[in-house]
Design a protein. Structure first.
Length: 105
């Protein structure tokens, strides 16, 4: 799944309205109907708001991050931290939110 697809599904899970703009598809992130640019894969604030909106549980370990989405039958995944635990945390949040969005009709 591409980053763009992850973001679209995560936005769906959070009930975020965005619009499809051909130029926006060249880069990452979504243009919101409110006029803001939204990219929880790179923006800590967007990722935190997404985690709260989707009621996610985040657990930091020494070398990885676990994210749990209780809305998807305790769907849990992890991301290896490697050199950037912040990026791993943001990606774990987006991946779980995307799984929630995928489950939605």
């Amino acid at each position: 799944m591409t980053d763009r697809e992850l973001l679209e599904l995560a936005a769906k899970a959070a009930g975020i309205d965005w619009f499809d703009e051909p130029a926006a598809k060249q880069g990452r992130g979504l243009h919101l109907k409110s006029g803001r640019f939204w990219d929880p894969l790179t923006d800590d604030g967007d990722a935190l708001r997404l985690a709260v909106k989707c009621n996610l549980d985040i657990e930091l370990q020494e070398d990885c991050v676990f994210a749990n989405g209780f809305e998807v039958q305790n769907y849990q995944l992890f991301e290896w931290c490697k050199d950037d635990p912040y990026a791993a945390t943001r990606r774990a949040i987006v991946r779980v939110a995307a799984a929630i969005g995928e489950q939605m009709k």
